[in-house]
Design a protein around this ligand. Structure first.
Ligand SMILES: [Zn+2]
Ligand SMILES: [Zn+2]
Length: 355
């Protein structure tokens, strides 16, 4: 078994979280460190964290750990002490969310993976430890002011759509795996430029910066701790904020507001909006941006087709869902969106015939 988690109904788990009478801290951390027995690490961490009522999504691999978690405030010190007692995780820096209602996760999942970030790279082919310069928020701001700097957002299109740094290149990609070769191509003749990379929490830039250096880029820099840490430093040190909009996060919140600007539009009506939601029709689950008015109008669905399905009795919906691949993430994209919405009924009907 490669996964340990609570096998309790999602709705019950959410309810349990909502009635908690204590506060939670949302944090993330990662470390590239050799873990020869990732299964063993997973089992021990799961046992430790379950005892402390920690929730979150954690990946463990031979190359390290990548964790997004929610920790009961009253257990935070013990959590930290226990984690730091592992030589592999000693003093691993935590990135703590700035905008946090404590409702970021409602269960604990610790998974063993091949890699802690799916990057599609052959790590044996280059030196993954030869990473770029790590810049603080202040240094990052200074570098942004240099007109010769090229800033690249190392995240996916749906992340940069709701928030990004001023002047950044935001590649139109669904995955990090797609992004690396695309950026390398795009900057083929800019290898002497000052390259400035950033991502959510810094982990993607660890691999990307080593890869770009390997490709011959001369001056590779990365935002230390990512947008999460940048936002924290801006807030506590009173620095100018160069990040516009929201920082997309991969938990129940789907975003942390960094500046008051709304730089995206509702995918249904085009009005300014930057709230990511998943379509309420579970069979669709499309990730898209929806304004409040459209949420009302479409009953939290991405389309009328999905709203129609959602209106069916639960038993019938379940019947329709049979045969669909569970957990498959649909992501909104210009063009693809209409196709997804328009064909959902056909897809469901076809799946039903096959079942
Ligand atoms: Zn709308
Ligand atoms: Zn939908």
């Amino acid at each position: 078994m490669s996964l340990l988690h609570n096998r309790v109904d999602r709705r019950l788990l959410k309810q349990r979280l909502m009635v908690e009478d204590f506060r939670r801290v949302t944090l993330s951390f990662y470390r590239y460190v050799i873990l020869p027995q990732p299964e063993e690490v997973r089992d021990r961490l799961y046992a430790q964290w379950e005892a402390l009522q920690c929730y979150g999504r954690v990946y463990v691999a031979r190359e390290g750990i990548n964790a997004q978690m929610s920790i009961p405030e009253h257990h935070f010190e013990q959590f930290k002490t226990e984690l730091y007692a592992w030589p592999e995780f000693n003093n691993v820096p935590f990135k703590i969310a700035v905008e946090d209602d404590g409702k970021s996760f409602f269960k604990l999942a610790v998974k063993v993976k091949d890699k802690i970030v799916a990057d599609g790279l052959d790590d044996g082919a280059f030196d993954v430890t030869n990473v770029g310069n790590h810049l603080t928020a202040e240094e990052f701001n200074a570098a942004l002011n240099d007109p010769k700097t090229i800033v690249v957002d190392m995240r996916n299109h749906y992340e940069s759509e709701v928030g990004h740094f001023e002047g950044a290149i935001c590649p139109d990609v669904d995955t990090f795996r797609e992004e690396l070769p695309l950026v390398a191509d795009l900057l083929e003749d800019k290898k002497d430029a000052k390259l400035l990379l950033y991502c959510t929490g810094g982990i993607r830039c660890e691999k990307a910066s080593a890869y770009f250096k390997h490709l011959g880029f001369a001056d590779v820099n990365q935002l230390h701790g990512g947008i999460i840490e940048y936002a924290r430093q801006v807030k506590y040190k009173g620095l100018p904020n160069k990040f516009r909009g929201k920082n997309f996060v991969f938990d129940e919140r789907l975003g942390e507001r960094i500046s008051d600007e709304i730089i995206a539009q509702c995918h249904q009506c085009g009005e300014p909006a930057d709230t990511h939601v998943n379509c309420a029709n579970e069979a669709c689950h499309l990730l898209f941006i929806q304004c409040d008015a459209c949420a009302q109008k479409f009953n939290h669905c991405c389309s009328e087709a999905c709203a129609d399905i959602l209106a069916l009795p639960e038993e019938q919906q379940k019947e329709l869902r049979k045969g669909l691949i569970k957990g498959e993430q649909n992501i909104f994209r210009k063009g693809r969106y209409r196709e997804t919405a328009g064909t959902i009924l056909q897809k469901l009907a076809a799946a039903k015939n096959e079942a």
